[in-house]
Design a protein. Structure first.
Length: 724
């Protein structure tokens, strides 16, 4: 039995190393075959040894654990069946042209038992924009011996299955006259895999409610152990220049109430104002001026604002190339610098960032981002700026208004005729509402976005406060354990976690209101979600003996998540969802993964605390053992949620693309992470994990796999999941 156990775990470790290496091999441009015969042979040997070991250990006496391990065997069996029998390819359809075959991924022509034709192709846009919300293929099927035609609709996340053939929407031609569908024939492997997913869900639920599970045993052991105690803390958390001409705040706010097409969605100019000022200056305000004043004033007084040293340059090398000693420069200085020979050198990230700021100013002064004139023509909806060439199908009077209204408004503002300018802005608003109709966002939704932009500008400040408090609490906790001094500040830690929860919750709710989808679609949103989950976990322990430790760990994680979330800017872009992401399974998939990551981050902080306590208090083994028990308890929900999240993503992929697994780098590293963290749960088989210090050191090292999965794939390895 010992031999089969060692062989099974050893081969599993080898497979994970091979898969990890494969992601880096593909990064270098080489093709790596994850389903090559020799890798499948390794999987098969590992499964055979695992089954033998499970039977000899009589794991069937513990049904939840037996079903869980059986689920993975069934899932891998389904994958093997698919590898042996699956036929996958694509079919390109042109309107009113019949086809009765498709091309497989191997380039082989495969005959269909019916003919298929494209009746119509439809692109559904978000209201008032040209941003696609869905792609829909209307197809017709006809069997050779039947004159009856059967109509079907294939859309993103809405495949159809006919005689075992699954058709999924893939792509389309620019003219909309043809559509490409993926075709997947896998009636046996997909059914077996789905059975494995069902077994996985049942077993996970059973483990949490079973009295004989390892989780229940750990909790009982923890209840009988001595009390873990506590923590303390305290917190602590411009250059003046002659300002150029500035619009009155009330007038600037009214001007920014106008709606605009920005990043493919309809929003207000307040959004551009916040992001414009934050991008240039690093803060959403400048010398006491609101972002609306900076933005609107730059439009109407561009010459003066081009000379204002408002643009922040972080890089010392770029500052030297500009010939300045200050980190703030004017737009005009950037224009001269752009024409210099310095640009002939290699463009670094700092130089590219400076270029982006210069381009942003130019796009504003040239009016390119001011798409404030909507127009509906036939079935299409267009947005124009005052600098655009107006097409001939637009009424001449309306074209004159589009090209001349901003000039008229500017003349009134320059001559300080603010009351008349206010009336012109009101006419702007009436024009927009008339043209947009019910496609314009509700007023309360626009106000919600404005409020969101305001509070999100404090993300870095809040993160700094939470980080300082969290570190001080953690240091005090560790110090208390070393000198056996007990100072309890449970109320302070609970208040801090409550404030963090409220602040992040408001941000997430506002994102939902603005974007009309759950905040789980990009790096900024998922980092905020992870911070929120960490705060909720800490609050769940607020009346527990471990509240002080979990609160300090949660505050540190919350702060780090908020810092990472804000790396791309104080006010991140909110965009419409891509059609493929509009699935409830996506929300469940991301939610499970983020909860698991939050728990794993708390685990690593607890383990670091244990290691530090061991270094400075070698005789105190009781606290280290208790922290190990806490981590073992937390590992159960983390691994279970990580597993469920991965396989929910696989089901979503099957619905969207017709296959459960694509061996994308993010998928591979998610699988590796799940296996790495599942190892300590098998302490009965792997005795090393029964040693508290070994467990703590292992869990600290294991966080590297989480970092690679979430950040490494996005920034280095790439792939279809690199946006997430």
């Amino acid at each position: 039995m010992k031999i089969t156990k060692n062989v099974a775990f050893s081969i599993l470790a080898i497979i994970m190393i091979i898969l990890a290496a494969g992601t880096f091999i593909e990064k270098n441009g080489s093709k790596f075959d994850y389903s090559s015969p020799w890798i499948i042979a390794l999987w098969s040997i590992m499964i055979a040894c695992a089954i033998t070991y499970i039977v000899r250990r009589r794991l069937y006496r513990r049904p939840p654990a037996f079903i869980l391990h059986g689920a993975f065997v069934v899932i891998l069996g389904g994958a093997l069946t698919s590898w042996c029998t699956q036929i996958r390819g694509h079919i390109s359809l042109t309107i009113n042209e019949e086809q009765s075959h498709f091309t497989s991924s191997d380039g082989i022509t495969v005959q269909l038992p019916f003919s298929i034709s494209l009746s119509d192709f439809e692109i559904v846009n978000y209201p008032g924009t040209s941003t696609p919300a869905n792609f829909i293929s209307h197809i017709s099927l006809q069997y050779p011996d039947d004159n009856q035609t059967i109509s079907h609709t294939v859309a993103m996340n809405q495949p159809i299955i006919v005689d075992g053939y699954r058709f999924c929407q893939s792509s389309y031609s620019a003219d909309g006259l043809s559509s490409t569908l993926t075709v997947d024939f896998d009636p046996y492997g997909s059914a077996i895999t789905l059975l494995g997913y069902i077994m996985l869900l049942i077993s996970v639920l059973a483990i949490f409610f079973s009295r004989k599970s390892g989780l229940r045993t750990l909790i009982c052991n923890l209840r009988s152990s001595i009390t873990i105690i506590s923590i303390v803390a305290t917190a602590f958390c411009s250059n003046a220049a002659n300002a150029p001409k500035v619009l009155p705040k009330q007038l600037a706010n009214k001007f920014c109430d106008l709606i605009v097409l920005y990043n493919g969605r309809i929003t207000s100019l307040h959004t551009i104002a916040f992001q414009f000022t934050s991008k240039l200056h690093g803060k959403p305000s400048y010398n006491g001026l609101s972002p609306q004043q900076v933005f609107a004033s730059w439009i109407f007084f561009p010459q003066q604002w081009n000379d204002e040293p408002i643009i922040k340059i972080k890089s010392i090398d770029v500052q030297k190339s500009l010939g300045v000693n200050s980190k703030y420069v004017s737009a005009r200085q950037l224009y001269f610098w752009a024409d210099s020979s310095y640009l002939n050198s290699t463009i670094s990230n700092d130089v590219a960032d400076t270029f982006d700021k210069m381009s942003l100013v130019r796009s504003l002064t040239e009016g390119k981002i001011m798409k404030i004139y909507p127009h509906s023509h036939l079935d299409n909806f267009y947005w124009y700026s005052y600098s655009d060439t107006i097409p001939g199908f637009i009424n001449p009077d309306k074209a004159l208004f589009i090209n001349g209204s901003m000039s008229h408004l500017a003349s009134l503002i320059i001559t300080h005729k603010y009351s008349q300018a206010n009336s012109v802005i009101s006419k702007f608003k009436k024009y927009q509402l008339k043209e947009c109709g019910n496609k314009a966002p509700e007023h309360w939704r626009l106000n919600a976005e404005r409020f969101y932009l305001t509070i999100s500008s404090y993300t870095h400040t809040a993160a700094s406060v939470f980080l300082i408090i969290g570190i001080l609490l953690l240091i005090t906790f560790i110090r208390n354990q070393i000198i056996s001094r007990k100072i309890a500040l449970m109320a302070l830690s609970t208040i801090c976690c409550s404030l963090a929860t409220v602040y992040i919750s408001i941000n997430l709710i506002l994102i939902c209101i603005i974007s009309r989808h759950l905040p789980m679609t990009n790096g900024y949103e998922t980092m905020l979600l992870m911070a929120w989950i960490a705060s909720i976990i800490a609050l769940c322990f607020c009346r527990n003996r471990f509240s002080l430790l979990t609160s300090s760990a949660a505050l540190i994680i919350i702060a780090l998540c908020m810092v990472v979330a804000g790396i791309s800017g104080n006010n991140p872009y909110i965009t419409h969802l891509m059609p493929v992401l509009q699935s409830p399974l996506l929300c469940l998939h991301v939610l499970c993964i983020m909860i698991a990551y939050a728990i794993l981050c708390i685990i690593v902080v607890i383990s670091l605390s244990a290691i530090i306590i061991r270094i400075y208090s070698a005789n105190d083994s009781s606290i280290i053992s208790q922290l190990a028990i806490i981590n073992r308890i937390l590992l159960y929900p983390a691994v279970m949620l990580l597993s469920i999240g991965i396989f929910l993503g696989a089901v979503w992929a099957s619905i969207s693309w017709g296959r459960y697994w694509a061996w994308d780098p993010k998928e591979v590293w998610a699988l590796i992470t799940m296996v790495i963290y599942a190892m300590p749960i098998h302490s009965a088989s792997l005795s090393q994990f029964g040693k508290p210090m070994f467990l703590h050191i292992y869990l600290v090292a294991a966080i590297i796999s989480v970092a690679i999965t979430y950040f490494g794939v996005n920034m280095f390895l790439g792939g279809m999941h690199s946006y997430a």
